[in-house]
Structures are given as structure tokens and as C-alpha cells.
Design a binder for this molecule. Structure first.
Ligand code: PLP
Length: 333
């Protein structure tokens, strides 16, 4: 089976497992796990921020990150198909007491005019105050779309002029970085707080980080424990993440090339595939997925008429070529 359902399906490589086995560990709630501390410092430095916090999931990193810039009873603005709006099961409302309003961007893109129109300053006892804008790069449900750094810079200037913070859901920011060559520090400069995942295309079995100011991270460390996310000798997990950062970032370019091959097989313009996700409209999504599985290719129906394919560390070039042949035949091409 060639599994293209998600880039979360990767298994740690033998070399990664060796790095995990060798990791020095301690109780991280006591601040005594050197491998976790080193990973946090390294990732904060990559983005030019003061500090970072290791979390079990990207969802937890997002919940902590958004809560660091939006207080209960305030709102965050985001795209209508943002992961924080659709796929975190209401955590920002249920846990943090935060409300959201959304814009609908073409392919998950920023719409600064819509943001300006929605923005609500503090007006006392009348309207919910807009405390932050959240952006997602790359954009998952928009098919791995990249948000251009120029647009993020424009958002940043607007936000600074309007006392609004910027949160970046960077679960796949590594893919955007490799696809565009934009330095990670440039993304750090346009955001107050961000979240990144090690458990997607980078191939770690678990692990994400919230990145921000030292104060925000100190506060998030308390909130993480309150949520049951205080972890102990997790240097073994941080070591997998550090290994992934050393060995699995540049190779994301291979995933992007494989995704273009698959997109082309399905009749899409390869130019429209920014990174490692291919989203294609199929009137017969469920049966298309079933027929592909019967031919050894697992893909996902993410809507009644929408199919999604994701390339990753465990999909080689020959795998991608075989999957492309199967899919183009099923698509009648
Ligand atoms: C996967 C993902 C997350 C985090 O998901 P977890 O499963 O909680 O690690 C956050 N944002 C986006 C855009 C994602 O794709």
C-alpha cells in the first residue's frame, strides 16, 4: 500500500530511533530535560524569537499560542477553513473562552481588506475586541497553499498600526520555507507567536512547538501543565524532532516534486501545487477513494466531492510514480 492519506502517517526511521535511544533525559516539568531544552532553544532561535515550548500536538501548541495573545471574551480573526477554526474541535472557545470571525480567502490566502472591514477595536461595552489575526502557512485545507511573505509583511504592518497581534499556524511552515526559500527568521519577524509541527512531513512520531516571547512561553508552560500537557522524560521525543530538523527539512523538496507528479496525473496544473498536498474535486470522491485502495493507493475523501493526497517521507519517487499511474488510469486519463 502507498499511503497518501496524510503526512502524519510517517514512521520514525531507524536512524531517528537510534537518536531517540541515545537521548539524554530528565524530568521536563522540573526543567531538567536537556534534550527538550536544547530543542526549544534551537527552534526559538530559528525564528529569531526568545523562547519555545515543546508540546505533544500542534493543536495544543495552537491553543497555547492563541491564548497568549487573545484573552477570554476577545476574538481572533482567521480564514474560514483554518485548522484552528475547523479541526481543533472548538478548543479555542471551549478551553480559552475565545471567539472567532472568519474571512473566506481564495485558496486560503490572506484578505487584508476583509480583515480591515471586520476589525473591531476596544469600544467598551459594545463589541468583542479583535485581539489577533491568525494565518496558516502552508494552508492545509487549501491544498498546501503557500502564503507569500509579502502578504504576511503587509498584515504585520497593519496589525502593528492597529494594536493587533499575529499568530501563525505553521504546522507545515517548513514546507513553505523549502518551497519559497524564505528564511525561517523572516516568518518569525512577521509574527508575535507561532506553532510548528515536527510530526508531519518532517517524520517525527510526535511533537510540536509554540514559539514566542519569554513571557508568553513562561505563561504557556503553566497553561500546558493545567491542560495535562506537562511531560517528563520526553527528551526521547525531542531527540526525534532534532533529528528531523537535521535530516528531513531539505528533502521536503522531493515531496513537493512528487505532489506535482500526482496532481498532473489527476489533471491539475502542476503550477497550482505549491507543496506536498494535492486537493482535487471528484464528483465520485468516496468510490474514487475505494477504487484507488483496491489498486494499492490509499487517499482520503475530505468532502463529498473532494479528494486529498499528501506526500511525505515514506513515499519514495517510485511509489509516487506507481501511484500516479494508478490514479491517472482511474481518472480516465
Ligand atoms: C496537523 C495540523 C495541526 C496540528 O495537528 P495535531 O494533529 O494536533 O498535531 C495544526 N495546524 C495545521 C494546519 C495542521 O495541518
Amino acid at each position: 500500500m502507498i499511503d497518501l492519506r496524510s503526512d502524519t502517517l510517517t514512521r520514525p526511521t531507524d536512524a531517528m530511533r537510534e537518536a531517540m535511544a541515545r537521548a539524554e533525559v530528565g524530568d521536563d516539568v522540573y526543567g531538567e530535560d536537556p534534550t527538550v531544552a536544547a530543542l526549544e532553544e534551537r527552534v526559538a532561535g530559528m525564528f529569531g524569537h526568545e523562547a519555545a515550548l515543546f508540546t505533544p500536538t500542534g493543536s495544543m501548541a495552537n491553543v497555547l499560542a492563541v491564548a497568549s495573545v487573545v484573552s477570554p471574551g476577545e476574538e481572533v480573526l482567521c480564514d474560514s477553513s483554518a485548522h484552528i477554526a475547523r479541526a481543533e474541535l472548538g478548543a479555542h472557545g471551549a478551553i480559552s473562552g475565545i471567539t472567532m470571525r472568519t474571512w473566506t480567502g481564495e485558496r486560503g490566502q490572506l484578505d487584508l481588506a476583509a480583515i480591515e472591514a471586520m476589525y473591531a477595536p476596544d469600544m467598551g461595552p459594545f463589541f468583542v475586541r479583535t485581539a489577533a489575526v491568525s494565518v496558516e502557512n502552508t494552508h492545509n485545507f487549501a491544498g498546501g497553499a503557500v502564503l507569500p511573505i509579502e502578504d504576511l509583511r503587509a498584515l504585520r504592518s497593519w496589525a502593528e498600526a492597529n494594536e493587533t497581534k499575529v499568530h501563525l499556524d505553521g504546522a507545515r511552515l517548513w514546507n513553505a520555507h523549502v518551497a519559497t526559500g524564505t528564511p525561517l527568521a523572516d516568518y518569525g519577524r512577521v509574527t508575535d507567536v507561532l506553532a510548528v509541527c515536527l510530526s508531519k512531513g518532517l517524520g517525527a512520531p510526535i511533537g510540536s512547538l509554540m514559539v514566542g516571547s519569554a513571557d508568553a512561553i513562561a505563561e504557556a508552560r503553566v497553561r500546558r501543565k493545567r491542560m495535562g500537557g506537562g511531560m517528563r522524560q520526553v527528551g526521547v521525543l525531542a531527540a526525534a524532532g532534532a533529528y528531523a530538523l537535521d535530516h528531513h527539512v531539505e528533502r521536503l523538496a522531493d515531496d513537493h516534486a512528487n505532489a506535482r507528479l500526482l496532481g498532473e496525473a489527476l489533471g491539475l496544473d502542476p503550477e497550482d501545487i505549491d507543496t506536498n498536498i494535492v486537493v482535487v474535486e471528484r464528483p465520485d470522491a468516496a468510490s474514487f477513494v475505494e477504487r484507488a485502495a483496491a489498486d494499492g493507493v490509499r487517499i482520503a475523501a475530505v468532502g463529498p466531492r473532494t479528494v486529498r493526497l499528501v506526500t511525505h517521507l515514506d513515499v519514495s519517487r517510485p511509489d509516487a510514480e506507481r501511484a500516479a499511474a494508478v490514479l491517472s488510469r482511474l481518472a480516465g486519463r
